[in-house]
Design a protein around this ligand. Structure first.
Ligand SMILES: [Zn+2]
Length: 346
């Protein structure tokens, strides 16, 4: 489906489809990146996503008083989520307006409205209540937004096409974009994900607004979502894998435990060319940062390939080529293709 090719912000444009690495300011590895002891994720992508709950109460509080961009040596678009997912996990109830003011204080280029992500196995009455609360927070945030330059995306939830239709019908029509949440606990059910995301894409498309997908982007989804015309998606697999000392295999795109193979990846990225095994292992934050950046290099390489092949109309050939080493990429893509064929947008 058609894609909005560029998302314009005050700190530059995001060319789509784009993968936004998830970043935080909370612990060791982020100090390494902020001090640029290792090239940081935000230098490798057009835009990054910061999770609000991982920006609050950190030692950088003072530095970000005049905006989060102050921390970085170059200015690029920054998307700040509402922290709804982490608040839910911590059991904290936030005031949606306080969240909005904090995002404005950070001078986020794009912000998502506060929401109530739905875990698995919630009672239906409770489930409906959570969706209504997320809708109310979204509409309230839009009415109270003060900072003009900040794009505000409404968080969207729902687990069927009907629920997505209902959700959009209750939302104010003047958001700058939409972002789907609650997908993380369901991330292995790619069929449901594709159905829900495609439905949301149709609504966003009708309103001529971009769509962002939170938290489910492994390689098969990176391919399928790009094919479906989703504008932006985020991932923190690159970092999570590094915590477990896993590297993303450059060919199979699967996570490999370094201690199992006793080798570093056979890879021509700038990190692997420069460092040896011991620079990736070890308990400090620098080796972890090396591993995370190798992993991110693979994600960004794939994203670039996808962009090129979409542009040259040879996406299917790329999928064929990738599926030789990773069958799931083709399986998920074929499902998306078939689903879209059987469910034309009107
Ligand atoms: Zn590498």
């Amino acid at each position: 489906m058609d894609i909005i090719s560029k998302i314009k912000t005050t700190n530059g444009s995001i060319k789509t489809p784009a993968l936004l690495p998830v970043c935080a300011l909370t612990y060791g590895v982020w100090d390494v990146f902020i001090e640029e002891k290792v090239i940081p994720p935000w230098k490798l992508s057009e835009s990054t996503l910061f999770s609000l709950e991982y920006v609050r109460n950190t030692k950088y509080e003072e530095n970000i008083r005049e905006g989060i961009h102050k921390l970085f040596s170059e200015k690029k678009p920054i998307f700040v989520d509402s922290g709804g997912f982490q608040s839910m996990k911590k059991g904290i109830e936030r005031d949606p307006i306080e969240v909005l003011r904090f995002q404005e204080k950070l001078k986020a280029d794009i912000a998502a409205t506060f929401d109530y992500p739905v875990p698995l196995n919630v009672e239906i009455s409770e489930y409906t209540k959570m969706l209504e609360k997320s809708i109310n927070c979204a509409n309230l945030s839009l009415e109270n937004k003060m900072r003009k330059e900040m794009l505000l995306y409404a968080c969207v939830h729902g687990f069927s096409e009907k629920e997505i239709d209902w959700y959009f019908s209750k939302l104010n029509k003047h958001f700058d974009g939409y972002a789907i949440g609650s997908l993380v606990p369901r991330k292995n059910d790619y069929k449901t994900l594709i159905e829900i995301i495609y439905r949301a894409k149709i609504h966003a498309h009708e309103l001529e607004k971009p769509l962002h997908i939170f938290g489910v982007t492994g390689f098969p989804m990176l391919y399928a979502l790009s094919y479906m015309g989703v504008e932006t998606m985020d991932s923190w697999t690159y970092l999570v894998a590094s915590i477990f000392k896993e590297y993303i295999h450059p060919e199979t795109l699967k996570r490999v435990k370094m201690r199992m193979t006793g080798k570093i990846p056979e890879c021509d990225c700038f990190i692997c060319k420069k460092f040896k095994m011991e620079d990736f292992l070890g308990a400090t934050s620098v080796p972890q940062a090396h591993l995370a950046i190798h992993n991110l290099n693979i994600f960004m390489r794939e994203m670039k390939l996808i962009q090129e092949h979409i542009r040259e109309n040879s996406f299917e050939e790329l999928v064929e080529q990738k599926s030789k080493h990773n069958k799931r990429i083709k399986i998920v893509y074929e499902y998306a293709k078939e689903f879209m064929r059987n469910n034309p947008k009107n």
